[in-house]
Design a protein. Structure first.
Length: 385
């Protein structure tokens, strides 16, 4: 028992220190889109996570619906959809590492004005196997984003004439309906992984610790046409940079720290998976942390594959000063389904009554991750990840 306790302490100590350091600097929430199931949206968490999965190809879909209960039919809720596709290694003859391409897309739509953000990103990550248990990876990401809004669904002061609302009246706002920009990100990831000593020992340990920065170029963004449109050529400083359009702002860089550990309790069907993600973007911060338990329902038929491996997940996260998140999931062969619900505890709970966001994720990995190797060699994708 004493040996087991020492092992847990050794594995979890860096993770605990990582979380403790983050908690000391929390204020409010991040500006970008986010999913409560952040491990299921890897390329928006860290570009270096591209290719870090137990298989050859992976595809994932995510959907989030927030505040529909608060709107009570009086307006549109907040809906976010995302899709990811990754290929593990395009360098077939390279046994000391991997080079992984990936693509992801997200679409976020909110409010009566149908404010929409659509973005597509291309990622490329490369990992180097330091030895049979340790891997260091870096990732780069380049993307294109478009923001759009339906101005016809909005009302303005100038449209109230004589105390009455006149829909056809000019808004007097020098605003366009869309704008776009290029976007860039980079990340680094350390991965530790051991394979099982036997097919039934269930003694794997895996851990990820990473850091990333998004919106490196701090792109300019505004629906307004700028002071040049208004006949004004003044220059303004926005986020510490000169801005020709005057009325535009720049998208703050976003810094991300992520960490998770999968500890399989030896000679049992149970694994514990604590995880944390911290986001810092301008004046806004967000911290998600928690854990889930994974229960192996059935082993895969190692040679025939007739019986598909399956597992059940149950756990929860806490988003600092915002929500408790209930998580559950089911894995069957190559497929995984995840469900979560945010129970709101922020100042908005007087209107929400605790009702927050519903989220669903669907994942596919091929080859079947339940068919993983029992070797701990770094050249085996199945065992390393």
């Amino acid at each position: 028992m004493h040996t087991f306790t020492n092992l847990i302490t050794k594995i979890c100590r860096p993770f605990i220190l990582f979380v403790t350091g983050i908690v000391m600097c929390i204020n409010v929430h991040s500006q970008d889109i986010h999913f409560s199931q952040f491990l299921e949206d890897p390329l928006d968490l860290n570009p270096a996570l591209c290719g870090a999965f137990p298989g050859l190809i992976m595809g994932e879909l995510n959907y989030r619906n927030q505040w529909s209960s608060v709107m009570n039919g009086l307006g549109d809720a907040y809906n976010t959809m995302a899709a990811t596709f990754e290929y593990h290694n395009i360098m077939k003859n390279w046994t000391k590492g991997y080079v992984s391409p990936g693509i992801n897309f997200f679409d976020d739509k909110s409010g009566d004005g149908q404010l929409q953000i659509a973005q597509v990103n291309f990622s490329l990550a490369s990992g180097i196997y330091l030895n049979d248990k340790n891997c260091l990876a870096v990732g780069l990401q380049a993307g294109w984003a478009q923001h759009s809004i339906d101005m016809a669904n909005l009302t303005w002061d100038n449209q109230y004439i004589g105390g009455s609302y006149v829909p056809g009246a000019s808004s007097g706002e020098p605003a366009g309906s869309s704008f776009s920009y290029f976007d860039f990100a980079a990340g680094i990831l350390y991965h530790f992984g051991t394979g099982q000593s036997t097919m039934t020992s269930n003694n794997q340990i895996k851990a990820d610790i990473g850091a990333a920065v998004y919106h490196i170029s701090e792109p300019e963004m505004s629906f307004y046409q700028g002071d040049n449109f208004l006949g004004n050529t003044n220059y303004y400083t926005v986020n510490g940079k000169n801005n020709e359009n005057g009325v535009a702002t720049r998208l703050y860089m976003k810094y991300v720290l992520n960490g998770d550990v999968t500890y399989s309790i030896p000679n049992s069907n149970i694994a514990v998976v604590p995880a944390v993600a911290f986001f810092d973007q301008g004046p806004a911060q967000e911290l998600d942390m928690g854990a889930k338990f994974r229960y192996l329902l059935r082993m895969e038929s190692k040679y025939t594959g007739v019986n598909k491996g399956s597992a059940f997940d149950l756990g929860g996260y806490y988003r600092w000063n915002d929500a408790f998140i209930i998580l559950t999931g089911l894995e069957f062969g190559s497929y995984s389904l995840g469900l979560s619900y945010d129970v709101n505890i922020s100042g908005l709970n007087q209107a929400s009554n605790g009702r927050g966001a519903f989220e669903i994720s669907l994942r596919f990995i091929n080859p079947n991750p339940f068919m993983g190797s029992t070797e701990s060699g770094g050249s085996s994708t199945q065992s390393m990840f």
